[in-house]
Each structure stands twice: as C-alpha cells, then as structure tokens.
Design a protein around this ligand. Sequence first.
Ligand SMILES: Cc1cc2nc3c(=O)[nH]c(=O)nc-3n(C[C@H](O)[C@H](O)[C@H](O)COP(=O)(O)OP(=O)(O)OC[C@H]3O[C@@H](n4cnc5c(N)ncnc54)[C@H](O)[C@@H]3O)c2cc1C
Length: 388
Amino acid sequence: MDFRISEEQRAFVDTVRKVCHKEFAPRAIKYLDGAWPAENMRRLAEIGVLGMAVPQEHGGSGLSILDTVLVLEEIGKVCYVTAMAALGELGVQTRIIATYAPDSIKRKILPRVATGEAILAICMTEPDAGTDVPNYRTNCEVKGDRVVLKGVKTLISRADIAEMFVVFTRVNGVAGAAGIGCVLVPGGVKGLSAKASFHTMGGEYLSEVIFDDVELPLENLVIRDNGMKRLLSAFNTQRCLNPAICLGLAEGALEEALRYMRERSAFGRKIGEFQGLRWKVADMYIQIEAARGLLYRAAVSGDRFPDPTLAAMAKIYTNEMSIRVTSEAIQIHGGYGFTDEFAVSRFFRGARYGSLGGGTTETLRNLVGRQLVEQMDLATGCFGMGTF
Ligand SMILES: Cc1cc2nc3c(=O)[nH]c(=O)nc-3n(C[C@H](O)[C@H](O)[C@H](O)COP(=O)(O)OP(=O)(O)OC[C@H]3O[C@@H](n4cnc5c(N)ncnc54)[C@H](O)[C@@H]3O)c2cc1C
C-alpha cells in the first residue's frame, strides 16, 4: 500500500492546479447553461492532460490511474463541467480502445484523443435498462466481415460532438450477460443520430443516440464473446475517476467555506469564530481525508485495472461524502450559498452526479456485500489487505 506522490507527479499536478485556478475558475459559471468547455479542453491538451490514458506509442503519456485521479481532483476543485469533459478522454472509453481495439483503429483515433481533437462517447445506458446491463436490447449482428448495429442509448455525455462511440451491445442476439460485447462506432456514419435532449443540474447536456442499422467492419467489434467481465474490469477505472472529481468538488467547497468563514461577520464577530461552524469544517475535512485514503489506495490496486471491491468502496464513500460536504458548504454560506454568486452551489450540483454514474451506490453496495458474504475467507481473514 504505497501511494506516495513522487516529485514528478507533484510538479505535473502543480501545473494543472495553476491552470485550473488562474484560467478555469473564473469562467466556470458560464458552463452551467450547457456550453462545451472548448477553451479549457484545448488548454488541458496543451499541458498533456488529455493524453494521460493514451499509450506512449500512440502519442500520449500512458500515465497511471493514480496520476489521473490526482489531475481530475484538481479540475474538480474548480469546475465540474470541465472535469466531466476531461473524464471522457481519460476514462473508460479511451482505456477500452487502448486495451482491446485493433492497431488500425488505435492509430487513427488515439493520437487525436491526446491532442483533444477527437472527443469520445461511451454508450451503455438504454431507455429501459441502465444498471441492468444483462438486459440491454441494443444488438450487433455479425454478417460475414461486417456487423450491423441496431438500438437506442440514452443519457449519453458528449454524443453531439463525439468522433467515436464506444458502445456496449448484445452480440448476435445472445441473451443475458453472456451476450454483451463492445463495438466502436465512428461519428457521422450512416444510421447514427444523436440529439442533446436533456439539460442536467450539473450544467452539461445528455443525448439520446440512435443506431439504426449502422453497418461497420467486423474489426470494430472489439469485444465479442462473454465480454461483460472484461468490460466491467475496465469500468473499475471509472469507479476511481468519477470519485476523483467528487473529491475535488468536496475540497473546492471546503476551501470556499473556509474563505467565507474568515470574511463574513455576524453578531459582531467573524462567523469563523463560532464553534458550531468550526465543528462543521472539522467534520468536512475528516471525511475528505478518509475518502482520499480509500480512493488513492483503490487507484494503486490491481494490475491493469483497479481491484473491484476497493474501487466500489472508494466510489460509494467519496460520492456520498461529497454530497454531504458540498451541502454543508452551502449551509455555511447562508442564503448566498444557494445562489449562483458563490461556487458552492455549483459544487453541490456536480457532487449529486457522482453516485448516479459509473455504477450507482446501490449496485456497488450489492457488489461489496456479495464479496463479503460469498467470498470473504473468514479463516485467514483479510480485512485491510485489499485482497478479497
Ligand atoms: C451527468 C450524467 C452523465 C451520464 N453519462 C453517461 C454516458 O456518457 N454514457 C452512459 O451510458 N450513461 C451515462 N449516464 C447514465 C448513467 O450511467 C445511468 O443513469 C446509471 O447507470 C443508472 O441507470 P438508470 O438511470 O437507468 O437507473 P436504473 O438502473 O433504472 O436505476 C434506478 C434506481 O434503481 C437502483 N437499482 C437498480 N438496480 C438495483 C439493484 N440490483 N439493487 C439495488 N438498487 C438497484 C439504482 O441504484 C437507482 O437508484 C449519465 C448520467 C448522468 C446523470
């Protein structure tokens, strides 16, 4: 369990932090209406952030999951919308392409991900099944050296601008989890349409995406048989990156609360002198540090992808912690905290997303509970070892 931060990591994170505070923080408010943070994404590409999940041979830096957690945490501290936009390039879709796609596709798309020219979308959720992956209806039929994809996905981020869609799909109509695979769909192909239909409380728009008999080369079907296990292993990365944003949101909210406590007066004193508020910020800080410990530990677990149980625990705790902490930060701001004048309301809106995406807290609790009851070796005991 070693997650000391090296000098190199510190220097990189420091560069990201400076850009975030100087450039991203002042314009964060404008993304609440759904605007795509294009200028921030360009800047993140320039300083090497968007290439972090891209292997070196394809123009990226192939940095670790912990590095990515540290960077998303910094962006989350100032701007939820930018952090979510960056997650699209640093998260599961890039990692699925980098791990499972043939070289011909990797060569085409990955260098463009690193430069920020190609935006990626991940399409899992369907109108009738989100969490319930084994019941997805989207189907990919193999016909000789071609495949034909048909189905509808919904609540999809970045779909209106994506250059490639990483689509979880049933293959050849095989029922249940055994039939789930993954196909890569280039934007703009015949039969693909996406419409930004839902404005979210976090700011961004989500789309419905229709695949109406989209025909593709067989090589685009990157995971075919019994792919659910491989797809969900890759998804354990997302279960560290989503909470990294939540950790940042909580930290940003605590910083704002502390600033306000030093400035605002009531009853002839700074409100920071009230013990009731000092206890609040103490509790906020304790929860942030507890979440950080769990999350960094999950990020360095596993070989290629993080340990599923540690990632689930880190996600559950950090997601729920960030809702509590950002809500308390609003409380410390009084009525102003509820307005758009102060960043804390934005932090709270963003934090509310965490427990919904990348595996809901309920289903992840199912995973942890199942591990404990069905797999835990009570004879040797392995609490704290991260091995169960
Ligand atoms: C901002 C945002 C961005 C998103 N971006 C994307 C994206 O890019 N791509 C994508 O594919 N999706 C995306 N989503 C969708 C998100 O992944 C889904 O909303 C999520 O997976 C939950 O699916 P659902 O909404 O269908 O809820 P459901 O699966 O219908 O769940 C409803 C409720 O039932 C609970 N539940 C379900 N099954 C169980 C169970 N077995 N035990 C206990 N409780 C259970 C859930 O936890 C939840 O509380 C995004 C969502 C948001 C809010």
